[in-house]
Design a protein around this ligand. Sequence first.
Ligand code: ATP
Length: 233
Amino acid sequence: MLQVRELTAGYGDLRVLHGVDLEVEEGEVVALIGANGAGKTTLLRTVAGLHPAGAGTVTFAGEDVTRRPAATVARAGLRLVPSDRRLFPRMTVRENLLLGAHPHRPDPGDLRRVTSLFPRLAERWGQLAGTLSGGEQQMVAVGRALLGRPRLLVLDEPTTGLAPQLATELYASLASLREQTGITVLVAEQQLPRVLALAQRGVVLERGQVRYQGTSEQLRDDPEVRRAYLGVG
Ligand code: ATP
């Protein structure tokens, strides 16, 4: 579904990604793990066409999308939910959701699926997005992406700023989404346990390079990974 090869990217003279290789197979959930500043956001934004690639290639659903505009990549079925959510605060929950719909008129079945996944949103249908809690805003951002019927859902640190209880709820919803639809997901996180429970595989990014890759079990059992990302071992 997604193949990233030798990808580099940066900001002016600052090189942030130093030749990253990453793959996501259809139907897989892959965790992208890294500390603050490792380059996760830069990688996801570059893959989505929101940040310019230096060298290397990004292939999505068999098509070379390197340096394609973000709108083209989104149309091909890759939807990025940014960690800052990017909702329209003065629009309602419903209006924000509909902005993600494909092709601009949502299927009522799609809307029902989003509200059954996030029942809280049905209760807050007419509320302005700017007045929602952080967790509820994250649900809207994920729901909006789902209404675009993505082939690959890309989540950038979806639990940023959420209380532990809401973060747990969000991951439970993602797990049931996965169970119901088999959707392919790439999700960046700093916190290991929750994301590895959802993902089959993890890729650890350190200073813009892939440091380890493995199944979730392998990563959970790796002493260095445990020390670095769980603070134990
Ligand atoms: P976090 O978990 O803190 O969000 P991250 O792994 O997503 O971190 P990035 O946001 O990709 O990391 O940042 C990687 C590096 O690029 C950091 O050193 C950061 O300071 C730098 N960087 C990010 N955005 C910019 C920018 N707009 N201009 C200059 N440098 C930037």
